[in-house]
Design a protein around this ligand. Sequence first.
Ligand code: NAD
Length: 300
Amino acid sequence: IIGMGTMGPGMASRLSRGGHQVRVYDVVPSAIKRAKSIQPVVDAALDGLDIIDQGGMVTYCTELEEAIVGTSLVIENIPESTKIKADLYLKLDEFIDSNVIVATNTSGIPISKLQKYITNPERFIGMHWSNPPHIIPMIEVIAGSKTDPVTVTKIQDLIRSLNLLPVTLKKDVPGFVENRVLYALLRECVDLVEKDVIEPEDIDTCVSWGIGYKLAVIGPMRLLDMAGLDIYHSVASFLNSDLCARTDISPMINKVAEKGKLGMKSGGGLFEYSPEELSSLPKERGAKLVAVRKALEGKT
Ligand code: NAD
């Protein structure tokens, strides 16, 4: 795994629990230090999910070469920039065979676009994990226009072998599916707060304890069947045209971000976080996600 920022440590641990020998690398040494320091939190969540350790190991490497020579799969997990990713792909050929699968964890850059920067593009694929990656079982699989179907099958099989859920897209659309749905929701939520329809705290309660809680049990297509397509027709006929359709970024978000308030990473964003909260929230949220997942799987 190349890139050990937010997503890398959880992905590495999940793969190693599944019995894989995982080598990880990051260009910034402090990222490796941080990855090692959060290992106990990740392990606690995996223990909580009863994911048995099948004898894999995570090895922290200080050079790209050390991490990828001889591997059968490279997972690129570096920042969401075509240029940064393309620069890395150009370096890979020096160290790996042309048939080694290269999977990107891009959140939504089309795979066909990234594929232009790699030799043997048939071995290139999108493998989009959801954050926190050691807890969320769904992983999107996205083929680009040049991806070999065999590459798709191999990645699907790998995901299934970990007892995780591959969801394979039929088309390579920007943002894939998870982020298109999430960003549609976020656009509407931000707009409602911006128009002073609701307080930020209250919209979180509304979504988490209303549709969010429900959607974990009943997906949107089945929710339509449950509500009735006639009801959807009546409501959508007046509501769809009133929903937020802005194509730029909301001024409310820009205003907060311009002050350097980027969220938890800078101590505050739309909400403020005390140092105690910053350290306890990831653990608390992880524990709750584990409990909900076990309940949904009928394990409690
Ligand atoms: P991040 O910025 O937290 O971490 C990226 C890491 O890559 C950093 O530690 C950085 O030092 C390292 N890096 C940069 N260039 C490198 C290089 N050339 N070689 C080795 N290491 C390098 O990013 P993240 O949030 O972990 O996201 C990684 C990828 O996963 C992105 O494409 C992102 O869109 C995607 N993703 C993120 C999330 C999320 O919730 N954060 C969820 C799903 C997918």
